[in-house]
Ligand binder design. Structure first.
Ligand code: SF4
Length: 208
């Protein structure tokens, strides 16, 4: 369920408030809050799990190699970053110290997910997309069903937040990594990612 309306009058004021957020501990380790970006009038919203280390540096969603991969997939599906809105379930980088002392990505904790949820709900209320694409299994679990199984359920329509038609597709980061050790599987994943994005674009077009 979504609240009936946003407490913010517009997206710039929501963004300004979000950029100053200290609702959870990730505020103490992030460099930048990674607010959504794209066309505020977009009918299609892409929602990933959380900010990457590159996003944390740039303050922009999907700004690293996974973002370049996503841009190519959007282009292949007849879309572009300028015609959609891209955001994340959690707006700050969730990381832990790795064995070599360097920061490693970790899944956001339940408390972090619930602390950040109102920002996403406000984005949804102010943009009011017709269609959502959940990028990756964790985003689908946060948006569609906690038990969502990406392997079995990707590429199909479900009710997402507020009943908005939502489908889930592969996380570009996963496909970029996969291409390094299983090229045929990565190529198949690329085709399915593009097909999912195209299906979302067609749903937007058919709703207009
Ligand atoms: S992850 Fe979300 S709730 Fe936590 S500090 Fe960042 S913006 Fe605020």
């Amino acid at each position: 369920m979504l609240p009936l309306f946003s407490e913010y009058p517009d997206l710039p004021r929501l963004q300004a408030a979000c950029l100053a957020c200290t609702r959870c501990d990730l505020s103490t380790t992030r460099r930048n809050v990674v607010f959504g970006a794209g066309d505020p009038a977009a009918r299609l919203m892409l929602i990933g799990q959380g900010a990457s280390p590159t996003d944390d540096r740039t303050g922009l969603p999907y700004s690293g190699p996974a973002g370049e991969y996503l841009d190519k997939a959007l282009h292949a599906a007849g879309l572009s970053r300028e015609t959609v809105w891209i955001t994340n379930v959690t707006k700050c980088l969730a990381s832990k110290e790795g064995k070599d002392g360097r920061a490693e990505l970790r899944p956001p904790r339940k408390s972090e997910l619930s602390a950040c949820r109102p920002w996403l709900e406000d984005e949804l209320l102010l943009i009011r997309p017709d269609v959502i694409v959940a990028i990756g299994g964790p985003a689908a679990q946060a948006l569609i069903d906690p038990n969502f199984n990406l392997t079995e359920q990707r590429g199909r329509w479900y009710d997402g937040p507020g009943g908005i038609p939502t489908l889930a597709t592969y996380q570009p980061t996963y496909l970029v990594r996969l291409s390094q050790w299983d090229r045929p599987k990565a190529v198949a994943g690329w085709r399915e990612l593009v097909a999912d994005l195209r299906m979302a674009a067609e749903r937007v077009a058919s709703d207009q």
